[in-house]
Design a protein around this ligand. Structure first.
Ligand SMILES: [Zn+2]
Ligand SMILES: [Zn+2]
Length: 353
């Protein structure tokens, strides 16, 4: 018996009752999510679930191309029909990092007056103002109250060093040629004053500018970084690219990451962990902005050959997307062979000339 073409297929009305699956997030953030979107997604669910509209949508999709296997859809009753909202999260955070302090030694300023104050805690130090979410490159910042005077280790507190040229003697020997009265030339050594130390045998210590002391200050590196992390409340949801295309913003606001509600949304809890662990010991999150986007999805599940297969109807435009089992691979293979044959013939003709 010849296989019926897609147009000839009969249609038996589905008896599977569609379900609406609420996401815990909808109750948790009910007052903050865009009410227009929420109302519209409910209305869409009702519309696609009404009588046979979903079935007609899917059949129209299957029949619109000979590469789709409408028979699989017609022959089977869906196992489940579930409509829900898919939520996509974007968490933008700005982290301020203050590194472990390190010491920096420099020549003692000319008029240095030690101040009697306790060193400040690194997180109490006032840093320059900067706009929200603007990155700052690692910048050294001085910790007030943590400076003290130390002996210069290069000159051992003397402010001067032995001259390397004369080893501290102040003079150097130089070979000079001397012509005697009989005309013969001989080489003699002569003591001359050492130029670099001007005969003193000592040169000023450059490290401490001849002060013999250094100022040791405590510094830390201050920086700000901005990260944007993406998450999805159910990473196993099929057709992520299409959902992403059809998702719309339903929430965007500054958020507190320690808000206990986020821990009830696994995707958010995961994003917060990612945002905070990188600098758990040397950073704090200054600002966080959360964007939630949503797209309505109706998932029609079938049992094909003992395996679960699904057709998804996505967004308000009701885009149909199916997994590979709903494609007619025999037709696709035939079309592929036809194209390949044409290419071979063209190549053969071109190569002969
Ligand atoms: Zn010195
Ligand atoms: Zn010298």
């Amino acid at each position: 018996m010849p296989r019926p073409t897609n147009d000839q297929l009969p249609m038996n009305a589905w008896t599977t009752t569609p379900e609406w699956q609420e996401n815990p997030l909808e109750a948790l953030l009910s007052s903050e999510l865009d009410p227009k979107y929420m109302a519209r997604s409910q209305a869409r669910g009702l519309a696609v679930h009404r009588s046979d509209s979903l079935q007609r949508m899917v059949l129209r999709w299957a029949k619109s191309s000979r590469f789709r296997n409408a028979q699989t859809i017609v022959e089977r009753e869906p196992l489940r029909i579930v409509s829900r909202n898919v939520f996509l999260f974007e968490l933008k955070s700005s982290t301020e990092v203050r590194s472990e302090p390190h010491s920096k030694r420099s020549p003692l300023p000319a008029r240095y007056v030690p101040r009697d104050e306790a060193p400040q805690d690194i997180w109490d130090v006032i840093v320059p103002e900067s706009a929200r979410f603007v990155p700052v490159k690692p910048t050294p910042i001085r910790i007030p109250g943590a400076a003290h005077v130390v002996v210069c280790e290069d000159c051992d507190g003397q402010g001067e060093l032995l001259c390397a040229d004369c080893a501290g003697r102040g003079t150097v020997e130089r070979a000079v040629k001397v012509r005697a009265s009989d005309g013969s030339v001989s080489t003699q050594s002569q003591e001359r004053s050492c130029t670099p130390c001007q005969g003193s045998g000592k040169i000023a210590c450059r490290r401490c500018n001849a002060r013999g002391e250094l100022l040791e200050e405590q510094m830390f590196l201050w920086s700000r970084t901005t990260h944007t992390l993406h998450g999805e409340d159910d990473p196993t949801t099929p057709h992520p690219r299409l959902l992403n295309q059809h998702a719309q913003v339903i929430f965007r606001d500054a958020v507190r990451l320690d808000d206990a509600r986020w821990q009830q949304i696994p995707a958010m809890a995961d994003l917060i962990t990612q945002a905070t662990t990188a600098h758990a010991h040397d950073g704090i999150i200054l600002d966080a902005e959360l964007t939630i986007r949503a797209a309505p999805l109706t998932d029609i599940t079938y049992l094909v050959g003992g395996r679960t297969r699904s057709i998804a109807v996505i967004g308000y435009a009701n885009i149909v997307a199916a997994d590979s089992s709903f494609y007619d691979w025999r037709s696709i293979a035939v079309a592929g062979l036809v194209i390949l044959s044409i290419v071979v013939v063209i190549l053969a003709v071109v190569l002969r000339h």
